[in-house]
Ligand binder design. Structure first.
Ligand code: ZN
Length: 282
């Protein structure tokens, strides 16, 4: 039974992978790409973020000491543990944390340093998805300023998404469409990279290419691909790497990892997963 469901979900996933781990997983269908603020269900008590829960709270990850020191590169196995039967990352606060379909964030993980970057948004609502953690927020500002200098206007479409929001969306999806459909079209709570506060979906002014693969062919998409690494971002779900990342090509989904890792990943044409798998130190 379970296998059947998985099979169906997988098949549906392959055909629908376009909306991958982004803003869109459920919003794409539920409430449009822009997505109004979803209803916050009272059913989920959301215990809040217990600071004692994160033992990896290194307040200064590699940001301040990325001058000469080599990046600490743990293997994938070293940063995973099973919590209530769920493979869960042990380093949710690290800028290079890997969250994907096999690696969940702790359910109660809420980044402590969420802020709203001072950039353009394609909507006026003051919603949580404007936010990023502090370092990526600053990096996004410098990225957008750099773009502007080059005559490119960028918009921040969707950043942070809480577990609670994702859960509410996912549950609604299960109720209306069934579990298999939900599994295929919506990111399971805890497995959306947007919960890290390190990811932002970016677009140009043109809404037609917003969160579409055709964004890659726009001047904005091409500029981003060329320049995002020097500001610490990678195109997290590159073309041709679907079997590794689990997601279709998403030229709009930027993920902050810090400049050093971003430049290495980009110059080698690899994914974040591969960066930590091939852990032969350079
Ligand atoms: Zn995204």
């Amino acid at each position: 039974m379970k296998k059947n469901r998985m099979g169906m979900a997988l098949a549906a996933l392959l055909s629908a992978a376009l909306i991958g781990g982004c803003e869109a997983p459920s919003l794409g269908i539920l409430d449009g790409k822009e997505g109004q603020t979803p209803p916050s269900t009272a059913a989920d008590p959301t215990p809040g973020n217990d600071p004692s829960a994160s033992e990896t709270t290194s307040a200064t990850p590699q940001e301040s000491d990325d001058e000469k020191k080599p990046v600490n590169r743990p293997t994938l196995e070293e940063t995973i543990q099973t919590v209530d039967g769920v493979p869960t990352v042990t380093n949710p606060d690290e800028y290079h944390v890997i969250v994907n379909k096999q690696r969940s964030l702790p359910a109660d993980y809420i980044p402590a340093d969420l802020v709203e970057p001072n950039v353009l948004f394609p909507y006026a609502d003051k919603v949580e998805k404007r936010k990023l953690r502090e370092a990526p927020a600053k990096a996004l500002e410098s990225l957008f300023a750099h773009a502007k200098q080059d005559g490119i206007e960028l918009y921040a479409v969707s950043g942070y998404r809480s577990y609670r929001t994702q859960k509410s969306l996912y549950d609604t999806y299960v109720k209306t469409q069934g579990e298999a459909h939900a599994a295929a079209f919506s990111a399971v709570p805890g497995k959306s990279e947007h919960q890290t506060g390190l990811a932002m979906d970016v677009s140009g002014a043109d809404s037609v290419t917003r969160l579409e693969q055709s964004f890659a062919d726009t001047p904005e998409g091409q500029w981003l691909e060329k320049n995002c690494a020097q500001h610490g971002f990678i195109i997290r779900y590159p073309k041709g790497k679907e079997d590794i990342t689990g997601y279709a090509y998403e030229p709009w989904h930027l993920r902050y990892v810090g400049q050093e890792i971003a430049e290495e990943i980009t110059s080698k044409g690899i994914t974040l997963e591969e960066y930590f798998s091939n852990s032969s130190p350079s």
